[in-house]
Ligand binder design. Structure first.
Ligand code: BGC
Length: 413
């Protein structure tokens, strides 16, 4: 026997390593709209291409409230899913409650620290350990417009709330619904936080919705915010109650309404319907500018079994892969969380988003979205949303709303 085949045989054994189980993952998420489903499919395909077996657990409901209820039920029954769409301080809340799998080895092997902005990396860590993997950065404070309607009525995208109101009055007088809105509490909260930022500015936003400063919550500026919310209430159609966000986006697409105020997952919806930015629809930051960020991420509960643990490691690696971050975000409407993914193939709205994010990091206007679970823990965020929704859906005065807001936050802390 010569040396050659012997060497080849031993090399083959070394390369094969230990026998691996087939990676398994049951994935809980709330990406069920057209654009969202197209995006999560990218992850499913990559997972399958690497030999993984994916069990889908979609829980419909924009903003993820229903998904979070389903998650709690699963954890309480001692049967946590392998991977969960989870974000912001909820990651740390779950870590404190049940522990989360340590994905540090994947993060270190793949150099996550070097390619993530510090602010995003911090959201992904629990007591210094990597406990979640980010897929994107969504900007929440966008206003979308139907180009044809706006052109027909000679309306430019508004840069102040006064301009927005003036445009809405023109549209209303012409019989066009100014604002497509879905009356679900998280959508009310989404509009509300853009008004807080736009009318109050970044410092006020930080004080009111991040630091929960009682003076800011109970201020004249906050009164003006509720005044503007009341004005906005007059610009939605009669059937807004309970409507899903993607149906509101469809109203803008189909010319049934002029504007929608919604994060850039709405762009994913326009794109999935083959609508072109700048041609069929237009994007602009909501009046006042700034950048409210909403980073989607996945966390991994502690599970038994090699197959499931390997599924977690594989998912974490794929999620942070350069190729995945590009393709996923082209579909989702967001921009990559990784700073080293080129934006050449992205549209102008995405480039504008990246520029505003970088500028915001320099000038203090890069802020976490409260409405999308990035700024606050569950209890105070829920308390604020309850008041915002109660105000939007009644004839509560701004004075009453401000008082209720301050009280609700105080008792939730
Ligand atoms: C999530 C998005 C999602 C949107 C609507 C947001 O909270 O971050 O990924 O598309 O809700 O469901």
């Amino acid at each position: 026997m010569t040396m050659k085949p012997l060497l080849a045989a031993s090399t083959a054994v070394m390369l094969a390593g230990p026998v691996l189980a087939e990676p398994q993952a049951e994935v809980l998420h709330w990406w069920t709209s057209g654009g969202e489903a197209r995006s999560v499919a990218v992850l499913q395909e990559q997972f399958a291409a690497e030999g993984g077996s994916w069990t889908d657990m979609p829980v419909a409901g924009g903003g993820g409230d229903a998904a979070m209820t389903a998650l709690r039920a699963r954890v309480l029954s001692g049967n946590a899913p392998t991977a969960v769409q989870l974000k912001g301080p909820a990651i740390q809340e779950w870590y404190e409650e049940t522990g989360l799998a340590d994905i540090g080895p994947v993060a270190e092997e793949n150099g996550w620290e070097a390619v993530l902005p510090v602010r995003i990396a911090e959201h992904m860590q629990c007591e210094g350990q990597w406990c979640a993997a980010p897929v994107n950065v969504h900007r929440v404070n966008w206003i979308w417009g139907n180009k044809q309607i706006l052109d027909e009525h000679g309306i430019a995208m508004p840069t102040t709330w006064e301009e927005f109101n003036a445009a809405a009055e023109t549209l209303k007088a012409a019989g066009v619904t100014p604002l497509a809105h879905g009356g679900q509490s998280w959508q009310d909260a989404t509009v509300f936080e853009t008004v807080v930022l736009g009318l109050g500015g970044p410092e006020f936003y930080q004080q009111a919705l991040v630091d929960l400063d009682p003076q800011a919550l109970n201020s004249d500026t906050m009164r003006q915010v509720f005044d503007q919310m009341r004005v906005i209430r007059g610009y939605v159609d009669d059937n807004f109650s309970g409507r899903d966000w993607n149906l509101a986006t469809a109203m803008v697409m189909n010319g049934e309404a002029a504007f929608q105020i919604m994060g850039d997952w709405a762009k994913g919806e326009f794109l999935a319907a083959d609508k072109k930015p700048g041609v069929d629809f237009v994007c602009a930051e909501t009046p006042g500018g700034g950048f409210l960020y909403n980073v989607d991420s996945f966390a991994f509960f502690k599970v038994d079994g090699d197959d499931r643990q390997q599924g977690q490691a594989l998912l974490a690696r794929l999620i942070m892969g350069e190729g995945f971050q590009k393709t996923f975000n082209l579909n989702k409407g967001s921009i990559p969380a990784r700073t080293d993914v080129a934006l050449d193939e992205f549209d102008d709205c995405a480039r504008q988003s990246a520029e505003a994010m970088n500028a915001g990091a320099e000038n203090g206007s890069l802020l976490p979205s409260y409405a999308h679970g990035m700024a606050l823990r569950g209890a105070p965020a829920g308390a604020i949303t309850d008041v915002v929704t109660a105000h939007f859906n009644s004839d509560m005065t701004s004075d009453e709303a401000v008082e209720q807001l301050a009280n609700a936050v105080a008792s939730a802390m």
